[in-house]
Design a protein around this ligand. Sequence first.
Ligand SMILES: [Zn+2]
Length: 111
Amino acid sequence: MKDTVISLSLKNKDNRFLKNKIELKCKCGRSQCITYYDFLTSGEFNIGEPTTAISPFISEAIYDETISITPLRLSKKCPGCGKEVVAVFPLSLEELMPLLQRHPPDPQMYG
Ligand SMILES: [Zn+2]
């Protein structure tokens, strides 16, 4: 699954969504900014255990809709003190995949 995320992200190099930035803040006060693209293509992230949650996009017609949330976590060494700084990707794997798959490689899959 991780390889899929990386290869899809590489294909989405020009996707504006991936140009958003995440700030990694260390306890020592130093912070670094990386783009979503850097996050997803570095290969340094880990796919966490999926958990379920009530959908934040609940509509008035649907109650108690549960969704699966799989977090993506990145740990990167702080350039200041050398400690690991952990960042969680703002979107879950389930939210991210459809964004990366907007141009499906095989249209017949959806026929
Ligand atoms: Zn630090």
